[in-house]
Design a protein around this ligand. Structure first.
Ligand SMILES: [Mn+2]
Length: 373
């Protein structure tokens, strides 16, 4: 509906309000359209994203972690009776054909669907696998959604891949995305443009996180995303988290007695080393921090990705607890530093380990969200 300039002036305040409200039309649509599932005390959900499965060849970034992902799904999460959310970019269709992917990793499709026995399995699509909406014979077709809502009491968690917040049209709209798939597969690849599609610079990643953060705070919901490959827990990246922990320990120091002070000093030293190594890698991984000027509202969680060189991050929901976990191959990875009493636990004799990087009560998360947003 068009409004006359006069009316426009008279309603400037309400216009601003409604403009503000419609700042994230794609995200609003996701929230309104998402089918809802209720969580209860017995709910167990694994959220994984960004597997980027390929054809098993050298350019397949999933290949190096395939055994790890298979073991954690088959020998840990399935027997532990977790349901499964695959939160987008499961297949890498920008580089590979669906047939070559399903041919190589067919056992994973059996494994994914088996999680239905524990409750449910759903797959939200990302920008790299949105084209599968058209594939009638695709095995996960019955489980495909754009977004899904978890209802936790009166609270809402919205799960979606995250590309919908991108300023790039070809990421936001699957129909555009299809011609990009064509471009990448048939033009970019032969002329040697590598990783065109996932070459995120830190500014773009930051813009997506910030946009989802603002939307979530406005709507008073928690968003669970993937896409940027950067794990976030309560809206905090690893660097933000390390900074907060150091600050917490510094505050506790003056009141501590001598033995406790020694413990705190040791912890701060370990955290500072970890922080230094993050900053050293900063240039390489496009690290950007300082997302938040003031208080952090714990409204955005990101499961990270499954193509990390050292391991895999994932989110777990168990009853009222949410966790960010890290799985890695003990033979390859350096010892993981953690100042909390979370020791890595080996999965049987597989050489694969799981460690809890962070965990919190959902009641705390939502209380903080309502108090601060
Ligand atoms: Mn993506």
């Amino acid at each position: 509906m068009l409004i006359s300039p006069r009316e426009g002036r008279a309603n400037r305040w309400t216009d601003t309000m409604s403009l503000h409200h419609k700042k994230h039309p794609h995200l609003e649509r996701l929230l309104n359209q998402a089918p809802a599932l209720s969580l209860d005390a017995s709910s167990k959900v694994l959220i994984l994203s960004d597997l980027h499965m390929g054809n098993g060849g050298r350019r397949d970034e999933f290949r190096r972690n395939a055994d790890l992902v298979r073991a954690m799904l088959a020998d840990y999460y399935h027997p532990e009776r977790y349901s499964l959310i695959l939160n987008g970019d499961i297949e890498e269709l920008f580089k590979f054909s669906l047939d070559s992917i399903t041919g190589q990793w067919s056992d994973f499709y059996d494994l994914f669907t088996r999680f239905g026995e524990n409750g449910f399995v759903f797959k939200t699509y990302g920008n790299h696998d949105a084209a599968l909406l058209d594939e009638r014979d695709y095995r996960l077709q019955p489980y495909m959604l754009e977004s899904i809502k978890f209802l936790y009491g009166k609270e809402t968690m919205l799960l979606f891949h995250g590309h919908q917040a991108s300023v790039l049209l070809w990421e936001t709209y699957p129909q555009v995305s299809r011609s990009v798939v064509f471009f990448l597969r048939y033009i970019a690849k032969p002329v040697g443009i590598r990783n065109f599609s996932i070459a995120y610079n830190s500014r773009r990643r930051f813009a997506i996180e910030k946009s989802i953060y603002d939307f979530s705070n406005n709507a008073k919901i928690v968003s669970v995303i993937g896409h940027t490959h950067r794990p976030l827990f309560e809206s905090l990246s690893k660097v933000d988290y390390l900074n907060y922990r150091i600050e917490e320990l510094c505050r506790a120091y003056p009141a501590a007695d001598s033995p406790d002070r020694i413990v705190i000093e040791g912890k701060i030293t370990a955290l500072k080393e970890e922080l230094d190594s993050c900053y050293r890698q900063g240039k390489k991984i496009g690290l950007r921090s300082g997302l938040y000027n003031t208080l952090t509202i714990p409204s955005v969680f990101n499961s990270g990705c499954a193509i990390g060189k050292r391991g895999i991050t994932a989110l777990e929901i168990e009853g009222s607890i949410i966790r960010l976990v890290y799985w890695f191959n003990g033979k390859q990875s350096r010892k993981f530093i953690s100042d909390r009493d979370n020791r890595p636990r080996e999965l049987g004799n597989t050489g694969f380990y799981r460690i809890v990087l962070n965990e919190d009560h959902l009641d705390y998360v939502f209380s903080r969200l309502h108090l601060l947003a």
